[in-house]
Design a protein around this ligand. Structure first.
Ligand code: URA
Length: 204
């Protein structure tokens, strides 16, 4: 897979600088109700980026993505393919908690898009695991749902992140859905992570 230079390593803007800007973001109404911005966490040079939907209560309080119950499962899935949270990068479609954990609105997703594009451009992951419908639809520019798309691997479709060349998107279920349903969804999600392990190994 092609490896593109990461501007963070070449004296351009850094992920830390972008995060600093994002922490005072007021581009949408979520700024009014959030406790804090949950920008993202992990390795700024990660080969693997995991993209969720939006912060929940625990994330809003701590400023760290996926630290609640879903986060515990996500950590297990990451460790199941011999990685750690420190070696991957984890973030969300929207960086601020939608009140009452409602779905993020299209205008909020649009307003937050440029932050995500900056993350993608600076990290330049080789693989993105999209967790659930919101992340999958956004990264693949599709209206198709996760049930149809999981099990496949597709090229990133994100006009705002054109510098991210050859990045493969692997859609899987959101950990909250896996926690609700267990069984088959857990087995399929584990299989998706194993596929990602293979893709990362193949990329060298
Ligand atoms: N669910 C998400 O989509 N993201 C988080 O950070 C936590 C729960």
């Amino acid at each position: 897979m092609p490896s593109t230079p990461n501007p963070a390593a070449f004296g351009g803007t850094t992920l830390a600088a972008v995060e600093q800007d994002a922490l005072s973001c007021s581009r949408c109404d979520l700024a009014v109700t959030r406790t804090q911005v949950v920008f993202g966490a992990g390795d700024p040079n990660a080969d693997l980026l995991l993209l969720g939907e939006g912060p929940g209560e625990q994330e809003d309080l701590t400023g760290v993505p996926f630290v609640g119950r879903s986060g515990m499962l996500l950590t297990q899935l990451i460790e199941g393919i011999e990685l750690t949270r420190e070696r991957v990068y984890i973030c969300n479609v929207v960086k601020c908690r939608p009140p009452g954990n409602r779905d993020p609105r299209p205008d909020e997703i649009d307003a937050c898009g440029p932050w995500l594009d900056e993350q993608l451009e600076l990290i330049r992951p080789i693989v993105i695991i999209t967790l659930g419908n919101f992340a999958t639809k956004l990264m693949l520019a599709t209206k198709e749902g996760i049930t149809k798309l999981r099990g496949r691997e597709m090229e990133l479709q994100r006009p705002g992140a054109r510098g991210v060349v050859g990045c493969v998107v692997v859609p899987t279920y959101h950990p909250a859905a896996v926690l609700r349903s267990g069984g088959r969804l857990l087995a399929e999600t584990r299989a998706d992570f194993v596929k990602v392990k293979r893709l990362l190994r193949a990329s060298g």
